[in-house]
Ligand binder design. Sequence first.
Ligand code: FDA
Length: 398
Amino acid sequence: MPLQPDVVVIGAGAAGLMCALTAGYAGRRVLVLDHANKAGKKILMSGGGRCNFTNLATTPANFFSANPHFCISALKRYRPEHFVELVERHGVDYVEKAPGQLFCAHSARELLGVLLTECDWAGVEIRLATAVEGIERVGEGMRLETSSGRIDTGAVVVATGGLSVPSMGATGFGYDIARRFGLAVTETRPALVPFALTSHWKERASALAGVSCEVRVRTLRDGEPRGRYVEPMLFTHRGLSGPAMLQISSYWEPGDELAIDLLPGLDACGALTAARRDTPRRQLSSWLAERLPRRLAQALIEWHGGDGVLAERSNAELAAWAARLGDWRLKPAGTEGWRTAEVTLGGVDTRAISSKTFAVDGLPPLRFIGEVLDVTGELGGYNFQWAWASGVACGNSL
Ligand code: FDA
């Protein structure tokens, strides 16, 4: 690598590697710096080690941002099929685990291998265990002070990701750079994160740890519903997790209630009333166990009492059960926070960034891509698709 690369990418994660290889193929001399000792650590840990690398149904509606139109251009130009084509070209097997959600069939290592091989072919240099200690504009370009010396370059791409899982190298460094150059950073908070419960609800959830069922969940703020997902929920030793809870955490704020329908798609009151009429000698617990995991059905009877034959249940009792099943309300104490969150909501405010080139308005040699920006996807492969799409858009424009 010559002393002066055309482009320095800070962050050897999904977005940074994608940007680097794209710019490399376009003929730029690219250097990637990362303070971690290994590239792509989050790729390796994602999707349970199999990386849900895209979602075929990606649209801008799958993303949260204070500037919802920002992501449209890049997502349109680099679509899930483009990334699938790259994966197929390298012979990496993949599976569609849920509609649209593509995972590596074997290991996320293969996917990271694709990116590193492409970087190699594109002539990209990756320098790990290198800290960036200073950054300033010098003339038309940028100057970096790093733990391995000074680097002058034509452009710096900040691809340092969000704050989740600090043990994997996450830092707020990208936000610090943004602020240093006068950019706003919208409020950040952990998202796609399990809920923590306290007191008796924690004990109850803990006793059911490992039990999972499909639910419909919403958050309620001052009685107003926000968000709505029908997905599996999982009881854990600390509270509630599973796709339904991870998804709704992106809407949840401290103090909000969760409203959980344990029997989505079923009018519980109508179904219980019909069951009392048609099968009056049936035990309530047996009716519940037919529709819910057995341990959960038993726990509900323990928590609320009142088992017995349906014929002996009054209308008021059935209505109370229908409310417990169809509109279970609880207020989480909080989330599990950055330690286990998959992503960061909020980030560098995109209103001062070009949606075509990802350059800062008035400061073209400085770019931001990937999760460091205030663009956050839902669960299901959308966050990687954003990393690929923003990386390619920026890389092509360097
Ligand atoms: P990313 O975090 O990948 O990379 C940032 C890089 O910058 C890192 O290599 C880091 O070391 C480096 N860095 C940070 N600070 C630095 C500094 N000061 N100096 C130098 N380097 C620095 N998404 C999805 O679509 N499907 C999935 O299956 C999953 N699964 C998943 C599981 C878990 C456990 C987590 C934590 C996250 C996911 N995600 C996911 C989210 C996904 O991993 C995430 O959105 C992308 O990795 C973001 O890509 P970026 O390149 O922007 O950041």
